[in-house]
Ligand binder design. Structure first.
Ligand SMILES: Cc1ncc(COP(=O)(O)O)c(C=O)c1O
Length: 412
């Protein structure tokens, strides 16, 4: 891969040499395609920033247009992916042991890749064998890395062995080792040996799965696996693809909550009009994860319209349906529009559990979207003795959980 150490928005223009531009033009000639220099940059930039593909060779507006018919989009992706892959393979094979981006077009050096990949597996296994020997907290001072890495590093090509040595020498000492058996802060991170191997496969296929056509297997596998999870939790059919619903995988619970807020917001704005967005009001409580407030801001809810209701020790820090009802009534009375309630099973600070049924009764009366955040203890509900916490789940609009917190954890 092209060595890239600059943060976005990094431009290929700042990295590219004349050689890189020449490579791109030769590729286009080979495929009898025409592309302006500006668009070549955009294509390369997008690839480098991880956006994968955005180039539409048949239209003048060469940036990906979501309104395009899927087939054209599919072709676009196929062509542009081919372009990026070929360019990557050139850079890969040219960069190994070579002092510059000089070069001929060469195919990916598969034997070199095999060797490096095996070395990397050895590196990972050794890291885990030794992990207990590292201090959990890094011992470095702020800014330590800049002095170790030359300003020009991103232009210099190095051998794979040198890079691995740099990681051992400069990067590992600057890490907090979350997976150490001596790490007792926060939650475990999303890691297991099964995940390592799966991640290798994902990277190999590098599928883009934003609709069925672009990768049927990706979309269908997600649907099947989400239904497996729903079955384990004994969720009602309304939460499954085999019923009338279905789940999606997000990177974090925070993203999942944001998605539900956007759904609730758009449902309301369809009725009251976008110009009334300032009237939208949402509900959680002082025990809600801090992510809720952030998600509300991202969804465009005014800060003064985010209600964080107080809780008490007497109610085990759970959200009171009576208080919720009073507050919603007052908001409606002054012309605000309640759209979303985020309740929790297993709050982060005290593992408090909210009464789903009574809260849903109040919310349903006002057409409020109810989201159940079961990030932390949701996984436990596959056990029969805890499943009763989800008995009323059919009354809510959505729920999100973090399976990585409890399933298949830290087995290395
Ligand atoms: C109850 C609860 N909600 C939300 C979150 C945030 O989860 P994530 O980091 O996946 O966004 C957590 C995580 O610690 C949590 O325990």
């Amino acid at each position: 891969m092209l060595p890239l150490l600059c943060p976005p928005p990094c431009s290929v223009k700042t990295l590219a040499t004349q050689k890189l531009k020449k490579l791109g033009r030769q590729l286009l000639k080979e495929w009898k395609l025409s592309l302006t220099q500006g668009n070549l940059y955009k294509c390369l930039d997008a690839h480098l920033l991880g956006l994968k593909v955005i180039w539409v060779p048949t239209t003048s507006s060469s940036i990906y247009n979501p309104l395009q018919p899927p087939f054209e989009l599919y072709l676009t992706i196929a062509i542009a992916t081919r372009f990026c892959f070929k360019l990557m393979s050139i850079l890969d094979s040219n960069s190994i042991g070579s002092p510059s981006l000089d070069g001929e077009f060469k195919p990916l050096n598969s034997e070199e890749f095999r060797k490096q990949a095996h070395q990397m597996v050895d590196f990972i296994v050794d890291y885990y064998h030794n992990i207990e020997n590292y201090p959990v907290l890094s011992q470095v001072e702020p800014g330590y890395l800049r002095s170790l890495l030359s300003e020009m590093s991103s232009y210099l090509l190095e051998s794979f062995d040198d890079i691995v040595r740099d990681v051992e020498k400069d990067i590992i000492p600057g890490m907090t080792h979350w997976l150490s058996p001596n790490f007792f802060a926060f939650f475990p991170t999303t890691m297991s040996s099964v995940a390592f191997v799966g991640e290798m496969l994902c990277t190999t296929f590098n599928s883009i799965g934003f609709n069925w056509l672009v990768c049927p297997a990706a979309m269908e596998l997600e649907m099947v696996v989400m239904d497996w999870l729903a079955n384990m939790l004994k969720l009602p059919k309304s939460f499954m693809f085999s019923g009338t619903g279905g789940g999606v995988m997000q990177a974090t619970s925070s993203e999942a909550i944001l998605c539900t807020l956007i759904a609730a917001r758009d449902r309301a704005l369809k009725i009251i009009g976008v110009q009334n967005i300032a009237k939208l009001v949402v509900y959680a409580y002082d025990q809600a994860h801090s992510t809720y407030k952030k998600a509300c801001k991202l969804a465009g809810v005014l800060q003064c319209n985010i209600r964080l209701l107080p809780t008490t020790q007497a109610s085990n820090f759970s959200l009171s349906p009576t208080l919720l009802c009073t507050i919603i009534k007052a908001d409606v009375g002054v012309g605000l529009v309640p759209i979303h309630l985020c309740a929790t099973l297993g709050t982060t600070s005290t593992t408090a559990v909210d009464p789903i049924g009574p809260l849903a009764n109040v919310a349903n009366d006002y057409g409020v979207w109810v989201h159940m955040n079961v990030a932390y203890i949701g996984s436990a509900c596959i056990c029969l003795e805890f499943r009763h916490h989800l008995d009323e789940i059919k009354r809510v609009n959505s729920l999100s959980l973090n399976p990585h917190k409890w399933y298949l954890k830290q087995e290395l």
